[in-house]
Unconditional design. Structure first.
Length: 89
């Protein structure tokens, strides 16, 4: 009986001490996971890359429409492993 009392007290202390090891509650401050986060980042990267490359080509004297078309073609060739590069227009 004397050995059981400390064991029960330790178990009660662990259960009520705020230990998160056994808690099933999620952290409410944690950011929500998005299933489209990767594709959103790829689209943003694609748009910024194409805009920058288009500006570089225009600076070199290429007409704006031709520069944009060339930037898209270069993006598709360079980043063909990205899903968004197959959707680039």
């Amino acid at each position: 009986m004397k050995r059981l009392v400390p064991f029960v007290l330790c178990a009660a202390l662990l259960a009520n001490s705020g230990c998160h090891m056994f808690s099933k509650k999620k952290n409410p401050a944690a950011p929500k996971e998005s299933k489209t986060l990767a594709s959103d980042d790829e689209k943003d990267f694609m748009q910024r890359w194409i805009d920058k490359r288009t500006n570089d080509l225009v600076t070199q004297g290429v007409p704006a429409k031709a520069a944009h078309d060339q930037a898209i073609a270069e993006f598709k060739a360079t980043f063909k492993y990205l899903k968004v590069s197959q959707q680039a227009k």
